[in-house]
Design a binder for this molecule. Structure first.
Ligand code: URA
Length: 443
């Protein structure tokens, strides 16, 4: 595409004065920024204008499409079966993918999951998986496709070739305080998923203190925006809004969360909130199954429960790990904690500042990669405690104990609890919209 610099700078100014950008303007803007035809400072002016005036659904769809088409794109029409991708907007203790991906695959869909790393106060799925000795998520696109076809599921790094515009824009948004825009987050999340090519997409929008979206109304607005834009770009989309007021897994820390996920897959944990959300996400992944139209949510749940109970899901996880080069038997055991934090008073746990704890753990892990560092919460919001009862076990860094003491609030009355799944939105593709074409050839 030949880009007229003046057309792009005019498009920036038009947005600054509150006008709606056209498809052509947005395609030009994305390509010009990627090619260095407009500078960081110029693109930041546009980002700030978006923060002020917002993006219409049309603009968001055009932006998403332009970002998805900025690099290589995968396709799956030569893969037998129903191919699904899954994404979470991220939060503390979010080990859902480790469970939901093999579980949904064990129940019949093909899962092609593209994943990211730790961001801010949240750990990344890849970082959790890489605590399995030998495991690599650095797959070629061809290797990714083969693994999905043969094993039924794969979790691969989103490589630099997929949606490179998102990577460049995302870094700039981080530096310029322009993350918090529903339109920009929609385009960022969906451009990667559209480039990944799966026709069915499940998005888990995390909502609450431990997530990026703290406010339920904003999380719901984001969920609707993702569903609308995904549908317009030819995808079947299910968006769940799930609670993240406190850390989802019982642990915070990549290695510990891997063990939490294994506990669910192996049937040792049959009641946690993590298990509940993973089942809800896996159910959404199966709901796209175009096979038996008469199957309802309760039937799908029954199939998922059975796959956990009879070990099918765990075996699928082991097969996926081994295809990634990992050795599940060599995973280090957790061992004894460095410290245990006890309650100093009796009452109900009313609040856990998981954000502060998440940030501290992510920093500790970055300094000492590969080690078991983190916090295993022994009590959750709503639990009753007596003085001297353990609140949390600390691993790898005894200094985290002090933070836990300050992060847990105990009060005399029981707090009100939110359900784990707050909203579900399903969207089917618009027939008249085209799946975007790649500027560059598929690999
Ligand atoms: N996750 C993303 O991938 N992009 C955003 O903009 C926010 C969260």
């Amino acid at each position: 595409m030949t880009i007229e610099r003046t057309a792009v700078t005019d498009a920036i100014e038009r947005k600054r004065s509150g006008h709606v950008n056209t498809r052509q303007e947005l395609e030009g803007l994305v390509q010009a920024y990627l090619d260095g035809v407009v500078s960081d400072a110029e693109f930041t002016r546009w980002l700030h204008a978006v923060m002020e005036h917002g993006l219409t659904t049309d603009e968001t769809a055009f932006l998403t499409q332009a970002m998805a088409a900025s690099g290589a794109q995968l396709h799956w029409h030569d893969t037998p079966g129903v191919v699904v991708d899954k994404h979470s907007t991220g939060g503390v203790g979010d080990a859902v993918s480790l469970i939901a991906v093999p579980l949904a695959a064990a129940c019949g869909v093909k899962v092609a999951k593209l994943s990211g790393r730790a961001l801010g106060h949240t750990g990344g799925t890849l970082d959790k998986l890489e605590h399995i000795p030998g495991l690599s998520t650095d797959l070629t696109m061809a290797g990714f496709k083969t693994q999905v076809a043969e094993v039924g599921c794969a979790i691969a790094q989103a490589t630099a070739e997929l949606a490179p515009a998102d990577k460049k824009i995302y870094h700039l948004r981080h530096r310029t305080g322009t993350i918090d825009s529903v339109g920009l987050i929609t385009a960022s999340v969906l451009s990667k998923k559209i480039a990944g090519g799966a026709p069915h997409i499940v998005i888990d929008v995390k909502c609450g203190h431990c997530a990026f979206m703290r406010d339920e109304a904003r999380a719901l607005a984001l969920a609707h925006s993702i569903a609308d834009v995904g549908r317009r770009l030819g995808r079947f989309v299910t968006v769940l809004v799930t609670d993240m007021e406190e850390p989802l897994a019982r642990s915070i820390g990549n290695a510990l969360e891997l063990h939490d996920a294994l506990d669910v897959l192996a049937g040792r944990d049959r009641s946690s909130r993590l298990r509940g959300v993973a089942l809800a996400v896996a159910e959404a992944m199966l709901s796209v199954h175009v096979g038996d139209e008469r199957e309802g949510a309760a039937d799908r749940m029954q199939r998922l429960e059975a796959a956990l109970a009879d070990g099918t899901a765990l075996r699928r996880f082991a097969a996926m790990v081994s295809a990634h080069g990992g050795d599940l038997k060599a995973v280090a055991t957790v061992g004894s904690p460095a410290a245990t934090v006890e309650a100093s008073t009796s009452g109900f746990v009313a609040w856990i500042d998981g954000r502060v704890l998440g940030e501290a753990v992510v920093k500790g892990e970055a300094k000492r990669p590969g080690e078991i560092i983190g916090i295993r919460l022994r009590k959750r919001i709503g639990d009753h405690v007596n003085p001297g009862e353990p609140l949390a076990d600390i691993y790898g860094d005894a200094m985290l104990a002090e933070l836990v003491r300050g992060a847990v609030t105990i009060q005399p009355t029981a707090p009100k609890l939110r359900p784990a799944v707050l909203h579900r939105i399903h969207a089917r593709p618009d027939q008249h919209e085209q799946v975007p074409q790649a500027h560059k050839p598929d690999r």
